[in-house]
Design a protein around this ligand. Structure first.
Ligand code: PLP
Ligand code: SF4
Length: 362
């Protein structure tokens, strides 16, 4: 295990990255082209607002559609942007829809009434260390607190990851809880981002879940295929297709500009491996709150076999108020999408309401 260089975050499990498992710095991507390993790309990710703005030929004091950069930000939630994601931003555009998702701004520090640390009731849903259950039949494991990107609107930006398991032995209570409840037919690996774990760690965890006979599906909630496509290796795909359980992947892209180049290839490789891939997006002000933006996103996804699943109304986490679009606008946008796209290409507009038995359709 190595601690990410340059991180100014408090040391904790969420800021450690697994050591490469065997693969050297050069690895072969699913496209067959040699590429820098995902671990090295993660180590070389951008870690400050100044670095991010300079890479896009923007001045440090630039004003974006969501406020000016906050160069002090990162005390509690650091800047983190892999270069693959950066490469999909338009240099010179201070309101690039990908930049706005990851650039810390001064407005984040404003306290807004109704925006809280745990907007979705995670604390009340904890069944065992690292295990949340809110809905019938499926439980969610906080596989790691680490992510390859720090989305400024992240609803778990305040989550107390330091309290959650790290080693397989720490997972025993959660695994026992799943084994003892035959109603649990699906286990969701979430986080943070579960694909931050190296293949060996993931395999151990997935095999432990796979060994519980009433579990039928293992679902991954991950943004790595979008922000760090090099993570999608043949080895990773083989790991998931070798399980007894059906693997399902739910990725997270918000804008059509994300679904190009290496990201598009990585998603296609997952689909070709026979793993169903769904996308969840978050409705974000000034980023994807137009019917045109959402239509392009959905079309690019279905064109490579990735099904739009949910469009989430923003979870009201502290520091994210400036990303919120009106619920009424979201309803209107999805209604218009329905007139432009085949039914299967339109995501459901939902909100997570703490204590409800499912996500709430809007
Ligand atoms: C969102 C969520 C799920 C998944 O819900 P689906 O509607 O099945 O996608 C499961 N568990 C928790 C705790 C969740 O927050
Ligand atoms: S990838 Fe998901 S969990 Fe990670 S910072 Fe972004 S929204 Fe949060």
């Amino acid at each position: 295990m190595s601690v990410l260089p340059g991180s100014n975050l408090p040391s904790g499990p969420q800021f450690t990255v697994e050591a490469p498992s065997g693969a050297g710095p050069e690895a072969v991507s699913v496209g067959g082209f040699p590429s820098v390993s995902w671990q090295r790309q993660l180590a070389e990710a951008i870690r400050s607002p100044a670095e991010l703005l300079a890479a896009l030929n923007l001045t440090p004091d630039v004003a974006t559609a969501l406020g000016s950069a906050d160069h002090e930000a990162g005390q509690s939630f650091a800047t983190l942007v892999p270069r693959s994601f950066l490469n999909r931003m338009q240099p010179g555009d201070p309101s690039d829809p990908l930049l706005l998702q990851v650039l810390p701004t001064e407005i984040e520090r404003q306290v807004t009434a109704g925006f809280v640390a745990d907007p979705v009731g995670d604390a009340a849903a904890r069944r065992a260390p690292g295990l949340l259950q809110k809905y019938h039949g499926r439980a969610l494991m906080i596989a790691t607190g680490a992510c390859a990107v720090h989305c400024r609107y992240c609803f778990r930006r305040e989550y107390p990851y330091q309290d959650e398991p790290r080693q397989l032995q720490d997972w025993q209570p959660a695994l026992r809880e799943i084994a003892d409840d035959s109603n649990l037919t699906e286990v969701i690996l979430s986080g943070g981002d579960p694909l931050i774990l190296n293949d060996d760690r993931l395999q151990v965890l997935c095999e432990a879940i796979d060994a519980i006979s009433h579990v039928e599906r293992i679902r991954l909630h991950t943004r790595l295929p979008i922000v760090l496509p090099a993570r999608v290796t043949q080895g990773l795909l083989t790991l998931f297709t070798s399980l007894r359980c059906q693997a399902v992947m739910v990725v997270h892209a918000n804008h059509g500009n994300e679904i190009v180049g290496d990201c598009r290839e990585a998603l296609q490789a997952i689909v070709k491996a026979g793993i169903p891939v769904l996308n969840q997006a978050v409705l974000l002000r000034n980023i994807n709150d137009t019917v045109e933006a959402l239509e392009v996103l959905c079309r690019r996804l279905v064109n490579i076999g990735v099904m739009p699943y949910y469009l989430h109304q923003l979870d009201r986490v502290q520091g994210a108020a400036h990303f919120e679009a009106d619920t009424a606008l979201g309803i209107q946008l999805v209604k218009e999408l329905t007139t432009r796209l085949p039914g299967y290409a339109v995501p459901k507009f939902v909100q997570e309401v703490a204590g409800e038995a499912s996500k709430t359709a809007m």
